[in-house]
Design a protein around this ligand. Structure first.
Ligand code: ATP
Ligand code: MG
Length: 531
């Protein structure tokens, strides 16, 4: 691995940015050298994404304070002003998005060439040129493939290829691995190593400490919009000792020490709250995504679902919650078969509303797709499932004057905002103005507000900072202690081991093993999860 050449690529000078009611960034100064990976670490809402949006032209010149300075050909740093992301692209700066936000129907070649294409086109040379370029990258991409048909990992590679096609000198990654498989993640790290060796500069945002230590030359910590710490993760003598640095970074980031991440497990179990027999979930082509799933869940129990990406964990939850019945998302139709008893009563959970009426709640993994209505306020998002349910205690007297319900609603929303420490300017703010991790907390809040007896959590800590993770873990044990039965899917094995009483492993839609918490280990889970 090459060390940074010390040649300066970029300086963000004294950057400030305000939103109504929020000072998102305040006097932040950051430098990036050629051949260097700098990671940005900070709590949810600390300002990481905002800083990178400024650098990538998504917030135009004039909408923030301070100055962006970029290396000129002679090596001196000169001020840069971007009106949009195209300007930033032209200046050699590209942000790699988690998944392709653009046009699924276009081919890989069209994505690469998009900005340079005239209206009249001879396609053959475009494909040929794109394919020659792709071959030099070795990502295994084919110019003629439609981007929408690719896996998330390959879509991300298209984004990277696109940046390199424009010969970007600075690449920005904002939590790039959250939707990737382990292999895709490894491949991405290999690509980043190569970009560094080529002398490009990388800015990398993550909440995962392993990634910080795997990739970074330097780590930059933001807290409440200010730079609070900066550390080298690698010296000429090699990587610096991890544990000590990790503790120092975490306390700089959250303003306190975090020890004992996993709270004591609840040990008092009650009656069975959920029984599932022979569950089968099919996709639109009739392929079983889950087959023969049989299990029970007791009040106060936390049951883990482990498995590789695509093993059927999400589909199992979606099937039970009635999300996949009939016409599924994007017009696909699914089939769900099997018998389900909720709180001792056999029921057919035809749709989410029926599930909510049986005291089920589902914090889904896909917060943009099914979790939140992005244009609507935090408040209406939070109360949505409670209001759509037919359960009398949630809607309370339906004839009550709207303003009265408004007041009750406000206080419930305010209580959950405080309980989960959701960072926002106002509960009437559109939810898409919240930072990623705070959006995740809104999803959690809106389901906890339904006062469920059975709670499904699918990757509940994705995109959440280390401090908030520990708080969510505490919540899980507290809810279990209150007698809620919890089904928890996670790809983080320490999380399953630290929280669950039992762990079921799925492999290609079938249960391949079950472990009690007394004898579960990461090795056993991995072995049962892989073929
Ligand atoms: N468009 C916007 N309108 C209003 N406020 C915003 C907007 N974008 C960001 N903010 C606010 O700015 C602050 C910083 O948000 P930002 O998204 O940069 O955080 P982050 O560090 O990326 O957090 P996370 O780890 O959760 O992704 C937050 O308080 C957020 O609510
Ligand atoms: Mg962010």
């Amino acid at each position: 691995m090459t060390q940074s050449s010390g040649k300066s690529l970029l300086e963000l000078n004294n950057i400030g940015k305000s939103f109504p009611g929020t000072r998102a960034l305040d006097g932040v100064t950051l430098r990036l050298n050629a051949g260097e990976v700098v990671s940005l670490l900070g709590e949810n809402g600390a300002g990481k994404s905002t800083l990178m949006k400024i650098l990538s032209g998504a917030w135009p010149h004039g909408s923030f304070d301070g100055e962006i300075r970029l290396a000129a050909p002679d090596g001196s740093l000169v001020p840069a002003r971007f009106s949009d992301t195209r300007d930033a692209h032209a200046a050699g700066i590209s942000m790699i998005h988690q998944e392709l936000s653009v046009f699924p129907e276009l081919t890989v070649a069209e994505h690469l060439a998009m900005e340079a294409l005239p209206h009249w086109i001879q396609w053959e040379p475009v494909f040929a040129r794109a394919q020659r370029f792709l071959d030099t990258l070795g990502f295994g991409l084919r110019a003629r493939d439609k981007v929408g048909s690719l896996s998330i990992g390959n879509q991300q590679c298209v984004e990277i290829a696109r940046a390199l096609y424009r010969d970007a000198r600075i690449l920005i990654f904002d939590e790039p691995t959250s939707a990737l498989t382990e292999q895709e993640t490894e491949r991405l790290f290999g690509i980043i190593d190569r970009l560094r060796a080529e002398g490009r500069g990388i800015l990398y945002i993550t909440h995962r400490m392993d990634e910080i230590f795997r990739l970074s030359d330097r780590i930059f910590v933001l807290r409440d919009g200010r730079a609070v710490d900066e550390a080298r993760a690698r010296t000429d003598a090699g990587p610096v000792p991890r544990k000590e640095l990790e503790n120092k970074l975490i306390s700089a980031m959250v303003g306190r020490e975090i020890d004992n991440v996993y709270p004591r497990k609840n040990r008092a179990f009650g009656a069975e709250v959920l029984r599932v027999e022979g569950l089968r979930v099919c996709d639109s082509s009739g392929n079983a995504r889950v087959e023969g799933a049989t299990f029970q869940l007791r009040a106060g129990e936390v049951l883990g679902l482990a498995g590789l990406l695509g093993a059927g964990r999400s589909e199992l939850m979606e099937g039970l919650f009635g999300v996949l019945n009939g016409a599924g998302p994007k017009g696909r139709s699914f089939g769900v078969e099997g018998r389900i008893w909720a709180r001792g009563k056999e029921c057919s959970l035809q749709n989410p509303r029926a599930a909510i009426d049986e005291y089920l709640a589902f914090v889904s993994e896909d917060r943009k797709g099914s979790g939140l209505v992005l244009g609507q306020s935090v408040r209406s998002n939070m109360v949505l499932p409670s209001l759509s349910a037919g359960r009398a205690e949630l809607t309370r007297a339906p004839g009550v004057f709207a303003p009265v319900r408004g007041v009750a609603e406000r206080s419930a929303v305010g209580r959950w905002r405080d309980e989960l420490r959701i960072k926002l300017a106002s509960v009437d703010q559109p939810v898409n103005e919240l930072s990623g991790g705070n959006q995740q907390k809104v999803v959690l809040a809106k389901w906890l507000m339904t006062e469920p007896a059975i709670l499904f959590l699918d990757e509940p800590t994705r995109g959440v900072d280390v401090g908030a993770k520990a708080e969510i873990y505490e919540w899980i044990q507290r809810l279990a202690a209150k007698g809620i039965g919890i089904l928890l899917a996670s790809s983080e094995m320490p999380e399953l081991i630290g929280l669950c009483h039992r762990v079921i492993v799925l492999r290609e839609g079938r249960f391949s093993a079950e472990f009690s918490d007394a004898d579960v280990t990461q090795e056993k889970i991995m072995k049962a999860a892989s073929l």
